[in-house]
Design a protein around this ligand. Structure first.
Ligand code: KIV
Ligand code: ZN
Length: 513
């Protein structure tokens, strides 16, 4: 047990506090199920006294989720503890987490209590918690700014009163790894009964050091880390679960400690939390950002092609991704382009890489990122710039509005042949794309649709980006117009033309993937 670091997930409590609106019972349950699949040790499901909805969430999770300890938060106040105990009644392994501010500023300004009063309140509250369950956690809030003698005094009293876990929170993300190590060392060296409790840490990221502070505390003896998926939490967030877990995993050579988390569930959990909480993840976010396993520079891509370990300290598969991503841009080298062409099914003898690479660079300079379908077009066009579209939108008319069934009529020219179709839909864009499908016969599912304004004012130019899936793969399409339905239809046509190119290519190469 001493060699294991417990992962205490607070996405549903501290993480939820940071959201614009609270999560429903159902949303919390979906995340809790995934946290159990991720095999976290403790789920902090909520703060039962804070609202009837949160009480119900904690209670539902306590009844339904098997595996992890289910924890609820309570101030040192009797009614909080009673509510928490009741909400956790259905849990196989319940834990009450109670806390109080212990820094001078919290005690003087927020609580208006003396040191002695705060210790007495903590002792009383912990004893009450123990009437509901044997597993009780105590947090001296703002420990990072708490005077060290008082911190040691209240921790000792908390353990004596029955607390089984002592959590040392850096509530305002103020500490640094060196200073935090000193605080943790002081707790271990100066609290006589410290061996009767698990020492935990809970670090906020206000100065970007939450993960560094957490793992430093682990190196100094802490055996529980409180963290949240995608680093959600008050203000700049909590230590990110994925960062803490992967640091302990990747640097096992330094820590030599185990964690129970199934790291292959990390990506799935991150995406679920992102979607349910409606909180995007920055592309360069450590471990789970969309660029975390993407290589862009030619030197890096060349290195990775020769040996992944040159630029990858962990495998994409270890966090549940199928593979890394090589961004083909003007920074990519010919080695990378050749390798991608061969992965697409071309035989080395079919192209002269030097000549092709020149054309690739011209396109990349114009376009930025070059996708697989662009490579295929470039290969198939042979000529310098023959990237003609198979289909072009010649006419679009839509009618929609209150009390009208949205209808669209489109005319498309395909290799000299003019076709016209009409369709109804859930809205004008849906009707237009259905009419286009009737002409092309393609089966396309739109996975993502975004509209951005390129200019200001009422007549602003809108840019629509569509990500769509067809049998041939995933394609992106872009369309611009002052009319958003037209911009959407043009973006859809962009997808249609890319599919047409891919179809042509696949017919030609039997081994194309
Ligand atoms: O940041 C903090 O101090 C907390 C406590 C409730 C542990 O979230
Ligand atoms: Zn916190």
């Amino acid at each position: 047990m001493k060699d294991k670091v417990l992962i205490f997930d607070t996405t549903l409590r501290d993480g939820e506090q940071a959201l614009a609106s609270s999560l429903s019972v159902d949303q919390k349950l979906r995340i809790a199920r995934q946290l159990a699949r991720l095999r976290v040790d403790i789920i902090e499901a909520g703060f039962p006294i804070s609202s009837p909805g949160d009480f119900e969430s904690v209670s539902t999770i306590a009844h339904e989720i098997e595996g992890p300890v289910i924890c609820g938060l309570a101030r040192l106040i009797d009614k909080d503890i009673v509510a928490c105990g009741k909400a956790l009644a259905g849990a196989a392994r319940p834990r009450i987490h109670t806390f109080v501010g212990t820094s001078a500023i919290h005690m003087e300004k927020k609580l208006r209590k003396t040191n002695d009063e705060v210790v007495a309140m903590a002792v009383h509250a912990i004893k009450l918690c123990r009437k509901f369950c044997d597993d009780v956690e105590f947090s001296p809030e703002d420990a990072g700014r708490t005077e060290i003698d008082f911190l040691c005094r209240i921790v000792e009293a908390a353990i004596k009163s029955g607390a089984t876990t002592i959590n040392i929170p850096d509530t305002v993300g103020y500490t640094t790894p060196e200073k935090f190590a000193w605080i943790i060392d002081s707790v271990f060296n100066r609290v006589p009964n410290v061996d009767k409790a698990v020492i935990s840490v809970h670090c906020h990221n206000d100065l970007g050091m939450a993960t560094a502070n957490s793992v430093t505390a682990v190196a100094h003896g802490a055996r529980q880390v409180e963290c949240a998926v995608n680093g959600l939490g008050e203000r700049a967030g909590n230590a990110a679960l994925e960062e803490v877990v992967m640091t302990l995993d990747v640097r096992k050579d330094l820590f030599n400690l185990s964690v129970g988390v199934d790291t292959r569930e990390i990506m799935r959990t991150s995406k679920l939390v992102r979607d349910v909480c409606n909180m995007p993840v920055q592309p360069n976010k450590a471990v789970v950002g969309s660029n975390a396993f993407a290589h862009s520079s030619g030197i890096h891509q060349d290195g990775v092609l020769k040996s992944r370990k040159t630029y990858e300290i962990m495998t994409p598969q270890s966090i549940g991704l199928s593979d890394n991503r090589m961004n083909l841009t003007s920074r990519s080298g010919s080695h990378m382009v050749k390798s991608r062409l061969m992965a697409l099914g071309y035989n080395e003898k079919e192209f002269d890489i030097e000549a092709f690479y020149k054309r690739f660079i011209e396109l990349a300079d114009k376009k930025g990122t070059v996708y697989d379908d662009d490579l295929v077009s470039l290969m198939e066009s042979k000529g310098e710039s023959d990237m003609t579209d198979a289909f072009s939108l010649d006419y679009l008319n839509v009618s929609s509005g209150k009390g009208t069934v949205p209808t669209a009529t489109v005319r498309i020219v395909a290799r000299g042949k003019v076709s016209m179709e009409a369709a109804c839909g859930d809205g004008a864009v849906d009707a237009a794309t259905k009419a286009i499908d009737r002409i092309t016969g393609y089966s396309i599912a739109i996975e993502d649709f975004s509209l951005t304004s390129l200019t200001e004012g009422r007549e602003a130019l809108g840019k629509v980006k569509i990500v769509a899936r067809a049998n041939e793969g995933v394609f992106t399409g872009i369309g611009t117009s002052t009319d958003i339905v037209e911009a959407s239809a043009l973006a859809y046509m962009d997808v249609v033309n890319k599919i047409a190119r891919m179809k042509k290519f696949k017919k030609k190469l039997p081994n194309a993937k």
